[in-house]
Structure formats: C-alpha cells, structure tokens
Write a new protein. Structure first.
Length: 207
C-alpha cells in the first residue's frame, strides 16, 4: 500500500501554472486513451448491429452459422448497454479531469482520509484544521487506499474544492478524479485522528 513520506512532501513542490503543463501530469493524462473512446465507439456500434442480428437470425428455422448468430444476439446487446454506460462515464470523467488540470494549478492541501464500504473520501483542511471541502474519490473497489489512505497527510489538488478536481500524490503522476457528492456523504465516525494538526491549507509551494 502506498503512503506519503515527509521527505517526499518536502522535496516535490508543485509547479507554477496549469497542472496539465507539468510533464508527469501530461503523461498520466495520456494513459488509457486507447480504452475510453474505443470502448464507447465499439459499444455504440453494437446498437445497430444488434438490430441487424435480430432481423437476420432471431426467427424460427435458422441453422448452421445462423444459429451462432442467434446465440450471439444477447451478448452483443449486453455489450451495447453496459459498454455504452461505462464508456460514457470514462469519457465524461476524463473530460472533467482535463478541464480541471488545464484550468487550475497543483496546490498542496492537508487532508483527512475517510473510508467506509466501497467509497473513500478526503477532507481538504484549512489553515486551522477546519474542513474546507469533502470530496469523494472516483476509485475502483480494488484501488481503495492505494492513492491516499489514513497515513496520508497532504495531497496535490487541482480544481475547484467546492465542485470537483483531481487529487494526486506529490509529483502529479498518480491521479484520481474527485468531486463533491450530494448523494454519497462521508460518515464522520470512520476517520482516524492525527497526532498533530495541519498548519496550512490549499497553498502553493511558493506561498
């Protein structure tokens, strides 16, 4: 499990300017590009393909290869439904990530980590330790606690704390989309208190 160290925090200041201009962040943005759009476009193509297959194969008396076509109707239809759904979500999240990274710089935020069930959140903390915003991380179940966890004291954040943005470990390479959720709110009894209070919130390295 990955954790942040004080040495890493002190030796990796965020860059000036938009976060997307930082070379490690640009490289991270280019990852998985071959998954999002091909998934969405191939899933969309399965819509009309399903209609064609139903017209051609879904009737009595089919035999030979036509039987295989009839069997394939349901998997193709399911891929159309779920592939379109997941592909659309991936493309939408990537668009929001890019928007946040091209409009906002990386800033340093002290955080409090919260995890419950299949969700995880971070509290962005102000200079006096007050909660400025609570963001839910867009994380697969098997990735919870890998980017940030109860040992994480600070993160890099690019975005609008009151709406959405991108969270990263120092360095801007490993990122998660994070947003304010009105549906999935953080339970306040699961976080672990730290031994010392954070001294500053939402600051740039030059501050």
């Amino acid at each position: 499990m990955n954790t942040d160290s004080n040495a890493e925090l002190s030796h990796t200041p965020p860059p000036q300017g938009a976060a997307a201009k930082w070379a490690p962040t640009r490289a991270a943005l280019s990852r998985n590009w071959a998954l999002r759009w091909p998934l969405l476009l191939s899933a969309l193509a399965c819509g009309p393909l399903t209609v064609v297959m139903i017209n051609e194969f879904n009737h009595p008396g089919v035999h030979g290869m036509a039987k295989l076509g009839k069997v394939a109707i349901q998997p193709v239809a399911l891929f159309f439904v779920f592939g379109t759904m997941f592909g659309s979500v991936f493309v939408w999240i990537n668009r929001r990530r890019r928007k946040a990274l091209f409009r906002h710089p990386w800033t340093i935020w002290p955080i409090r980590y919260i995890s419950a069930g299949k969700y995880e959140w971070i509290d962005l903390l102000g200079q006096s330790g007050e909660i400025v915003s609570t963001l839910i991380l867009s994380t697969w179940a098997w990735d919870r606690g890998k980017l940030v966890n109860h040992n994480t004291r600070e993160v890099w954040f690019a975005g609008d704390p009151s709406k959405y943005g991108v969270v990263s470990r120092p360095g801007g390479r490993d990122m998660r989309y994070a947003y304010v959720s009105r549906v999935h709110t953080a339970p306040r009894f699961t976080f672990q208190e730290r031994q010392s209070d954070p001294s500053a919130g939402g600051r740039h390295a030059a501050d």
